[in-house]
Design a binder for this molecule. Structure first.
Ligand code: NAD
Ligand code: WQD
Length: 340
């Protein structure tokens, strides 16, 4: 019988791509999402790609009673992938309590209900933000965790600690912490991708919206960094590659005799600068991205990219989609949105 997985935040950006990969790998998926940052039409996209519509429960993970009902109505859930969270760094500075409440309470509700309903493990969406500004690159999982620079970043650090403490106390429950670098791109079908919500803060949605004429001009936040072209460097990881890592992590957690808590970096191992990314986008898609150099953005990290060797060797997973292909997919997705 197909294993049943609960995907929290499954109509969101990374959750929807992961649902596709889970279904294609033969898992049965139950999604819980309160649609605070996504749209139920994403389910059509998932069905369009896989031919199957996941079970969808519109509810809030911080609502314990609703979560309990979900487990009662959907018996046999073996694993959880926990994406549901508030994720805007700037907003978290303005509304810290909202971020602590949403991101911590949702995790604690899930953890507490796991043993009661026989759930064996939880894969948690963490972030390279826990490393802060690295002393050296590439950065591996043994690097020190630096003081968080935003309430959002702090929720990821605290959630990792909550998971470690809980798993230490409760036998028979496992977890894999996945630290994502910069997830970008869209499904090659252009049926699912990142849904813009207002003016994007992140680079790639800003690039695509500028290329589409929705935004007049992109501002490159600083060209005076200590990098070859002066702009910041990131490790941009294709969202489908990232989604596939969740499938192998789930397989490992449920089927192998492993440490109760494991942590993996999910990145390509390659640093790409902001200016390089814009240039590649323009070349591969044959469109212009009007941009100008502006001042640095407060709090930005100069350069960070992953040492993904542990994920490569232990999970047997590797990021394979070239950045040019990612940027072509993301542009097709933007055109799909504009055509709606
Ligand atoms: P997203 O906002 O697209 O998806 C999150 C989903 O969770 C949304 O559909 C939202 O409606 C839902 N949600 C939020 N709070 C909820 C709640 N209390 N109950 C039910 N549903 C709720 O974000 P994403 O980019 O797909 O990110 C997924 C996870 O990955 C998040 O935990 C995020 O912090 C983490 N992450 C994202 C990035 C990134 O750059 N996108 C990088 C590192 C880590
Ligand atoms: C990338 C680069 C900007 C917009 C954030 C979170 C992090 C993680 C991923 C979840 C930077 C530059 C951007 C623009 C620009 N999320 N940029 N002009 O800052 O690496 O990470 O998202 O965990 O926690 O902090 O991503 O896409 O915002 O920026 O020049 O209009 O693009 O300065 O160098 P970032 P980003």
């Amino acid at each position: 019988m197909a294993k049943k997985i609960l995907v929290t935040g499954g109509t969101g950006y990374i959750g929807s791509h992961t649902t596709v990969e889970l279904q294609q790998a033969g898992y049965e998926v139950v999604i819980i999402d309160n649609l605070s940052n996504s749209n139920a039409s994403v389910l059509d996209g998932i069905e369009g790609i896989t031919g199957r519509r996941p079970v969808f429960v519109e509810a809030d993970v911080t609502d314990r009673a609703a979560l309990r009902k979900l487990f009662e109505d959907n018996p046999g859930i073996e694993g959880i992938i926990h994406f549901a969270a508030s994720k805007a760094v700037g907003e978290s500075v303005e509304k810290p309590i909202l971020y602590y409440r949403n991101n911590l309470n949702s995790l604690m509700n899930l953890l507490e209900l796991m043993p009661e309903f026989g759930v064996k493990g939880i894969v948690f969406s963490s972030s390279c933000t826990v490393y802060g500004e690295p002393d050296t690159n590439p950065i591996d999982e043994t690097a020190p965790i630096k003081p968080a620079t935003s309430p959002y970043g702090n929720t990821k650090q605290i959630c990792e600690e909550i998971i470690r403490d809980y798993i230490h106390a409760v036998k028979g429950v496992k977890s894999i912490l996945l630290r994502y670098f910069n997830p970008v791109g869209a499904h090659p079908s252009a049926l699912i991708g990142e849904l813009p919500n207002g003016v994007p803060n992140n680079l790639v949605p800003y690039i695509t919206q500028t290329a589409a004429g929705i935004r007049k001009e992109l501002t490159v936040f600083g060209d005076d960094y200590d990098t070859p072209d002066g702009s910041c460097i990131r490790d941009f990881i294709d969202v489908v590659d990232l989604a596939k890592a969740h499938v192998v992590a789930m397989q490992r957690m449920l089927c192998k005799d492993t440490d109760a808590v494991e942590v993996f970096n999910l990145g390509t191992g390659r640093g790409v600068s902001v200016l390089e990314l814009i240039d590649t986008f323009e070349k591969v898609n044959g469109v212009k991205v009007p941009h100008r150099i502006g001042p640095r953005r407060e709090g930005d990290i100069e350069k960070i990219w992953a040492e993904p060797r542990k994920a490569n060797e232990v999970l047997g997973w590797k990021a394979v989609v070239p950045v040019a292909e990612t940027l072509a997919n993301t542009w097709r997705w933007q055109q799909h949105l504009d055509g709606k």
